[in-house]
Write a protein that binds this ligand. Structure first.
Ligand SMILES: [Fe+2]
Length: 412
């Protein structure tokens, strides 16, 4: 098990600490007599918890205009591709749960880097848990170098970055109980050539400059979500981030409108927590075996995916589980395909925990995927990586030629 799992759903972090189930915690001091947090976790954890209470700059939420992408080259940042590569495709590197700074991350990144030229990759995706264990302590934390820039040196393209639970945790690693910490990753995007996160949720259309704010229809549009406020292991204590609070209502309204208005042939949703998942964390609505409460089970993320995304996006790309899964679309998903790609630094426990239909899945390997998008089709190449040799092997390829939102064929 790679995450700390609370003893019951929707506890506050403080209640969880006092329950005596947090490794390193000292659980028995009565809350009324405590003057300081009782955790005995590492310095970064404690620092993170202390800093979390400080006021953060108010950053804009919502969609970023694709037009912003065109200016990146001028700003010294790696620019978004303005045209398909020599193969007539946009090739996108997909990674998830990468940010440990350990050998697994460096090996996966090295193996992916070796494909950059041959696959003509012009964009990358980081599906959350970008900075283990609690997210950065500031927008200038050295962890951005150690757990992102150094491993990904040579993968010199824009990275669409998504917030995960570890990026937004308070006292307990991975709790997801302090969403405001994610603003530091938004702020970091202003200084990095690679890291793209103009706001906590946003969209990007390719070719750069196409779409609602540019000219012409996009071939593909990505919709990056912040799933943690409705999938955290603990209850959200800031009313702004409540499951039915302003933030999630605004994000839902934005996503609904953005998907509706998008004229892209292919629509791809990026969200750290999966809708469907055969790995140990399970699917939204029953994460880690919890089926009650508003947060730990992910029931409201299930609603978001089912009511807003399914049948309107071709893919949901997620991490959180440290596995590689290309699940089959179904009537339940409205034709939307769930892909789990969270093995860029850690691996799963080697076995399937559920039996959702899968085109291919691997629960034991490190790896990444390459998405190839063209007018003719959407191809997912899944690679497993041997960490010792830092080499990748193409393990599976899935291809579809029909967008989910394509008009139904008229017979006769
Ligand atoms: Fe996660």
């Amino acid at each position: 098990m790679c995450e700390l799992i609370p003893p019951q759903a929707d506890m506050t972090e403080d209640q969880w600490v006092r329950s005596g189930t947090v490794p390193g915690g000292e659980p028995t001091t009565p809350a009324a007599t405590r003057t300081a947090p009782v955790l005995n976790l590492n310095r970064r954890t404690l620092l993170g918890g202390a800093v979390a209470g400080a006021a953060l700059a108010v950053l804009p939420y919502g969609a970023a205009a694709p037009a912003a992408a065109r200016d990146r080259a001028v700003d010294g940042k790696y620019p978004f591709p303005t045209a398909p590569n020599g193969n007539g495709e946009f090739a996108v590197l997909v990674t998830g749960d990468a940010g440990t700074g350990e050998e697994g991350q460096f090996a996966v990144a090295a193996a992916a880097r070796d494909l950059m030229a041959s696959e003509q990759i012009g964009l990358a995706v980081g599906l959350g848990d970008n900075i283990y264990e609690n997210g950065p302590e500031s927008a200038h934390d050295s962890e951005f170098q150690d757990k992102f820039e150094k491993p990904n040196t040579g993968i010199d393209v824009p990275w669409l970055m998504v917030l995960g639970n570890h990026d937004c945790s308070g006292l307990i690693p991975g709790s997801g109980g302090d969403p405001a910490r994610g603003d530091r990753e938004v702020a970091y995007a202003t200084t990095s050539k690679r890291w793209y996160m103009p706001s906590r949720y946003y969209s990007v259309a390719l070719p750069a400059g196409s779409g609602a704010h540019g000219s012409g229809d996009p071939l593909v549009e990505f919709f990056a979500l912040d799933t943690t406020p409705v999938s955290s292991y603990v209850v959200q204590t800031d009313p702004y981030f409540h499951w039915d609070g302003p933030y999630m209502r605004e994000q839902r309204a934005w996503l609904d409108g953005a998907l509706k208005e998008s004229r892209a042939q292919w629509k791809i949703v990026l969200g750290h927590h999966p809708y469907l998942n055969n790995g140990e964390h399970g699917s939204a609505g029953s994460y880690d075996g919890f089926t009650v409460g508003h947060y730990t089970s992910g029931v409201h993320l299930k609603e978001l995916y089912e009511e807003v995304v399914c049948g309107r996006a071709d893919l949901i790309l997620s991490g959180h589980d440290h596995t590689l899964q290309v699940l089959e679309p179904s009537a339940r998903t409205g034709g939307t395909r769930q892909v789990v790609c969270g093995a860029a630094s850690k691996t799963g426990d080697g076995k399937a925990h559920f039996g959702l239909p899968a085109a291919w899945q691997d629960f034991a390997s490190h790896g990444f995927m390459v998405l190839k998008v063209s007018p003719k089709g959407l191809t997912i190449d899944a690679y497993t990586v041997d960490v010792a040799t830092r080499t990748a092997k193409l393990a599976h390829r899935t291809r579809t030629g029909t967008p989910v939102t394509a008009p139904a064929a008229v017979s006769g």
